[in-house]
Design a protein around this ligand. Structure first.
Ligand code: ADP
Ligand code: ZN
Length: 529
């Protein structure tokens, strides 16, 4: 196909067929494209893999001039441009990886009207010379990819995105299309307001990923649990294992490799060349496992990722959805598996309480965590809960752990009262402790510390022998998830009472709790479940 023939006389459908070789549009693509071709603005919320790129690539080819695409994914620009070149589309990018000569060549091509698409990193648009450059050519449209980066609600806020509001002011006649795979109402509102897109056509696709099976287990010995999952269900499969810290990424990769699974680490602390190499191998070689921080994955187009595992609790449901969404883009069955434990909750609360930013920011982070915990502890269908978070309705799916083995619940009211009473008794003595010590008291463990502190004399000492330590930790975790108990900011996971605690203690509020799955075997007693 000769893309120079793609002028305003060519229809979007012709471009789709002749340039991209697809017979028809999917979902809302046609409506979005018609809007932009006609000069209108659009906000597009579609899950990963739904086909957002065509929503701006086709209009860029239909409208005269160059489509300017703002993307934070510098590492992928070369691949995107190469893929377009293979289709005969004239695309180029400008970013910090180029030398002055390369930049000048791209700029000349743009000014000369020889580009259909020009990819830019967002920080370039805060440079006056870039804005002046854009004035010297003809702009078909602006596409703002990964638009959730403008929202501080999201998991991936980038201050450079705030600059993008100037595009509409400076070029009021150029249509703008903002795209993201994030769909919470709060993020959508932020995108609309912060990018001045109030009159845009908003299009929201279904966020359901029916081929992904969601499973959330309580953390015992997480690496062993992961290995078991890989051996029994995903032998030879490609997948991603997310860990919170760089160290844990390295250790997990080493652990899997030692156990005969080809695994590579990926985190921001590695040399750029190592990261690029590991990413390329992951895309190219079959059956490779990437252990990574969340620095890995945005924009990665690998259709046959068969599992995404989380060894640490994601910070938000949005983050969880994004990360798990990298599984099964080919539509074949895939697993999203998460192991989480009490220590995750304590650690994340600490990170929030010590994070930079004002009280409102910390409150948002706290709300994000609460929603994630609620998803973990739900006794309802995970998918129903997940989609409800994005404001979308669903029926129980039959393809998540709570659907296939519905969790039993038990009346945890008395257990909750015992635990909260123990916290109250300690507070009455002006003392504050973490879950481990409180559980020792409930179990009647006369450890040196318990004895030394005189806690064997407490009326609550030994009143909780109906559960074991893991059982009590599960109670603590579930109470934390429901805000019937809290941990303080001191960094020690010290337990505090909440409004809800008082309701349980004084008004007899009922506390149904999830029955924990039995442990498969006796593993490390120091587990954090
Ligand atoms: P997203 O950016 O939403 O994650 P992409 O734009 O990368 O998704 O598209 C995902 C895949 O679907 C790509 O391989 C793309 O070529 C393909 N695709 C998109 N739209 C169509 C369509 N209308 N017909 C066939 N394939 C499509
Ligand atoms: Zn379900």
């Amino acid at each position: 196909p000769d893309p120079t023939t793609a002028t305003s006389t060519t229809s979007p459908l012709e471009v789709l067929r002749t340039v991209f070789g697809y017979p028809g549009f999917r979902g809302d693509q046609a409506e979005v494209i018609d809007t932009v071709v006609a000069g209108g603005d659009a906000v597009v919320l579609m899950p990963t893999g739904a086909g957002k790129s065509l929503c701006y690539q086709v209009p860029a080819l239909v409208r005269p001039g160059t489509g300017v695409v703002v993307s934070p994914l510098i590492a992928l620009m070369q691949d995107q441009v190469d893929a377009l070149a293979a289709l005969g589309v004239r695309a180029a990018f400008l970013n910090s990886t180029q030398d002055p000569d390369q930049r000048r060549a791209v700029e000349a091509a743009y000014v000369g009207g020889e580009l259909d698409l020009l990819y830019l990193a967002p920080e370039r648009l805060s440079v006056p010379s870039t804005l002046q450059l854009l004035d010297r050519g003809r702009i078909a449209l602006f596409a703002i990819d990964e638009a959730h980066c403008v929202s501080s609600w999201g998991h991936d806020f980038r201050p450079d995105y705030l600059q993008l509001a100037v595009l509409g002011d400076r070029w009021p006649d150029v249509p703008r299309i903002a795209l993201t795979a994030t769909a919470t109402a709060a993020t959508a509102v932020d995108i609309t307001e912060r990018l001045h897109l109030q009159s845009a056509r908003t299009s929201v696709a279904s966020f359901d990923r029916p081929n992904i099976e969601y499973r959330i287990v309580s953390k015992d010995n997480p690496r062993a649990q992961l290995l078991e999952l890989l051996r029994t269900e995903h032998a030879g499969d490609a997948g991603i294992v997310y860990c919170l810290s760089r160290r844990s990424v390295e250790e997990t990769a080493a652990f899997l490799s030692k156990n005969g699974i080809t695994a590579l680490p990926y985190h921001a602390g590695l040399e750029a060349s190592v990261r690029a190499d590991h990413q390329a191998r992951f895309l190219r070689e079959p059956g490779l496992v990437m252990t990574a921080t969340i620095a890995f994955g945005m924009g990665i187009d690998k259709p046959d990722v068969r599992f995404v595992a989380h060894l640490d609790l994601p910070k938000s449901v949005e983050g969880y959805y994004q990360e798990t969404g990298r599984a099964g883009r080919d539509g074949a069955p895939a697993t999203a598996w998460l192991a989480y434990g009490l220590a995750d909750v304590v650690q994340q609360r600490r990170m929030i309480d010590t994070s930079d930013g004002d009280a409102a920011h910390r409150r948002r982070l706290g709300q994000n965590l609460d929603a994630m915990l609620a998803l973990c502890e739900t006794v309802e269908c995970r998918r129903v809960q997940l989609l409800a978070y994005f404001g979308q309705d669903a029926q129980p799916c039959g393809n998540c752990d709570t659907c296939t083995s519905p969790p039993q619940t038990w009346d945890g009211t008395v257990a909750a009262q015992k635990l909260l009473s123990a916290v109250v008794r300690l507070h009455q003595r002006g003392q504050r402790y973490g879950a481990g010590h409180v559980v020792d008291i409930l179990l009647g463990n006369a450890t040196p510390r318990v004895t030394q502190l005189g806690h064997t004399d407490l009326s609550v000492f030994g009143i909780g022998t109906e559960l074991d330590a893991a059982g009590w930790r599960g109670v603590v975790r579930q109470l934390l998830a429901r805000r019937l108990l809290a941990v303080t900011a001191d960094g020690y996971g010290t337990l505090e009472l909440t409004e809800g605690s008082n309701e349980v203690l004084r008004s007899g509020r009922q506390v149904p709790l999830r029955t924990e799955a039995p442990r498969s075997s006796r593993k490390r007693s120091a587990g954090s479940g």
